[in-house]
Design a protein around this ligand. Structure first.
Ligand SMILES: Cc1cc2nc3c(=O)[nH]c(=O)nc-3n(C[C@H](O)[C@H](O)[C@H](O)COP(=O)(O)OP(=O)(O)OC[C@H]3O[C@@H](n4cnc5c(N)ncnc54)[C@H](O)[C@@H]3O)c2cc1C
Length: 276
């Protein structure tokens, strides 16, 4: 028998159950090393990392941290479309880009942007060896299209870890245009070499909206036929880049991967668990 749904039941607020993400693996901080004044590399270790493989560049993991003020890590449980702690609160959970896991010794590196305020940024800036955390993942990375004639990569500081991996992986024979928006000159860092890459660091003027300079760079870029685009950064800016590529330029959707990595003025705490 078919049961008619009321408009309320069909409304967009209806919560759709999602597949439970991969289990959390307990880890501890091994060391924290500054990469630039705007970024630190946090190395995590622990036997539960065994079997975690990161095959593609620009993949993701979720990093779980103790709640503010707590020393102990509580593993949350899955409630259909988000993780919740036993007391009903949302855990501190953020998405980051993993380096491939080292096996000897068993270690995982995360490069984390230090920005004005934010639980993970503050944690990374002050983390000490031995502190507990957990990792779930990996989420999908970028599968390189063998038919691509050229690549355009665009991202802000949070995309530098993914962009570095892409530069290490993209075919050496293909040209790569690269635009990176940085909110401070200190964010510049040496990138992996690619023989056909042209790199432009784009400084965001103080007070400008995050993503403005990156959007302008993509708008002004020449896109040769057969170019594939990968872009990641502030969510509203990525929406503008999508509109430009798909609506104004008519790029086939399959030729671009554009991912919102964070929301200006909004903590990831206020969002349900993102898709991996
Ligand atoms: C697939 C994926 C991969 C990612 N990889 C990385 C990575 O490798 N390294 C990395 O550092 N980040 C990465 N991010 C982005 C990261 O998850 C967010 O920046 C996250 O919001 C940081 O958490 P937080 O606790 O520091 O700040 P939140 O508590 O989420 O936010 C607090 C405040 O800070 C602002 N904010 C958040 N991030 C930034 C920022 N980068 N610059 C300026 N203001 C900000 C928010 O708008 C909010 O006002 C990735 C995101 C995704 C989806």
């Amino acid at each position: 028998m078919l049961v008619a749904m009321s408009p309320r039941e069909r409304s967009p607020t209806t919560v759709r159950a999602r597949r439970e993400p991969p289990r959390f693996r307990l880890v501890a901080v091994r060391r924290v090393v500054p990469v630039t004044p705007r970024m630190v590399r946090v190395t995590l270790t622990g036997h539960e990392l065994e079997g975690l493989t990161v095959e593609h560049p620009a993949a993701s993991v979720r990093l779980l941290l103790p709640s503010p003020g707590a020393q102990e890590l509580v593993i949350p449980s899955w409630h259909g479309n988000e993780f919740l702690l036993p007391d009903g609160r949302r855990p501190v959970l953020r998405t980051l880009t993993p380096r491939p896991v080292d096996t000897e010794p068993l270690e995982l590196d995360l490069d984390i942007v230090i920005h004005d305020d934010g639980a993970v940024s503050e944690w990374a800036a002050a983390a000490e060896p031995g502190e507990p955390a957990a990792i779930s993942g990996p989420g999908r990375g970028y599968a390189i299209d063998p038919d691509a004639h050229a690549f355009l990569l665009a991202g802000d500081e949070t995309a530098i870890p993914a962009i570095s991996q892409l530069l290490e992986t993209l075919p050496a024979a293909r040209p790569v245009q690269l635009y990176i928006e940085i909110a401070h000159p200190d964010a510049r860092l040496p990138l992996p070499a690619h023989p056909r890459a042209t790199v432009e660091w784009c400084d965001l003027p103080p007070g400008a909206t995050p993503g403005d300079v990156l959007v302008a760079a993509v708008r002004n870029a020449d896109l040769a036929p057969g170019t594939r685009v990968w872009a990641a950064g502030e969510a509203a800016a990525m929406q503008r880049i999508r509109r430009h590529l798909f609506v104004e330029r008519g790029l086939p959707r399959a030729h671009a991967t554009v991912r919102g990595y964070w929301k200006h003025g909004r903590s990831a705490d206020t969002r349900t668990t993102p898709e991996p």
